[in-house]
Design a protein around this ligand. Structure first.
Ligand code: PRP
Length: 213
């Protein structure tokens, strides 16, 4: 059985993890273990009642949904693609980027009448985007470097994450239309929210207070 007094929060390994650790530090938590973690995946914030789990983005959602982690920090991109039953309680403001429809520079995506093909790592986000327009598209799932698909002639466009725009630019592509904004979010398991309400609300309040500082 989990110790009911403790909260377990899953962080998305990598940049969101680093930004969250920096936020914890600003909020006054001892983050030494988190900074010097080696290959450890479960760490303790001393004298806080908080345990930190490091996981891949989609797994953060899985652990929070199953209630083995009470909370998580994950990108809106992963939330939008995977959905699930949890509360999204806070926008941390970092990890900002966007989903965009991109095409080869100068291409008019909506020209012509044929069904368009879109390559993406995010088929659910893509499907919803075009469904909202009432537009029928063929979606091809790609695992990475999606920019290749239009260059190789596999697709008319891509729906992908754009941060600086450098990857698109260096590969002769450009944003055709924005799809949605992305940033890091705090998610909470609904049962944990009931059973550990005070502790969770205290941590979320601290994160809200120190974000953007
Ligand atoms: C992401 C995304 C773009 C790139 C956008 O890829 O899929 O390729 O970052 O960033 P930019 O606008 O700053 O150039 P990621 O690095 O996650 O690798 P991947 O292509 O293997 O998914």
């Amino acid at each position: 059985m989990k110790d009911n007094k403790r909260i377990r929060i899953a962080l998305t390994k990598g940049r969101l993890e680093k930004d969250t650790v920096a936020l914890f530090e600003k909020a006054g938590y001892d983050v030494d273990q988190l900074r010097n973690k080696g290959r450890r995946l479960i760490l303790e914030i001393p004298d806080s009642g908080i345990d930190v789990v490091l996981a891949k983005a989609a797994d953060v959602i899985t652990y929070v949904e199953h209630g083995v982690c009470d909370m998580g920090v994950v990108g809106k991109d992963t939330i939008d693609e995977h959905s699930g039953s949890f509360f999204e309680v806070c926008d941390l403001g970092f990890g900002r980027c966007k989903f965009a429809l991109a095409v080869k520079k100068g291409d008019d995506f909506y020209a012509g009448f044929g069904v368009k093909t879109i390559a993406t790592k995010y088929p659910n986000v893509t499907r919803r985007f075009f469904e909202a327009k009432g537009m029928d598209v063929d979606i091809v799932k790609i695992e990475g470097s999606v920019e290749l698909a239009p260059l190789l002639g596999l697709s008319h466009g891509i729906v992908d994450i754009v941060e600086t725009g450098t990857t698109l630019k260096e590969n002769g592509l450009e944003v055709y239309e924005d799809v949605s904004a992305i940033s890091a979010r705090v998610i909470v398991n609904p049962v944990s929210m009931k059973l550990k309400k005070a502790a969770i609300e205290e941590l979320v309040a601290k994160m809200e207070q120190y974000k953007g500082q």
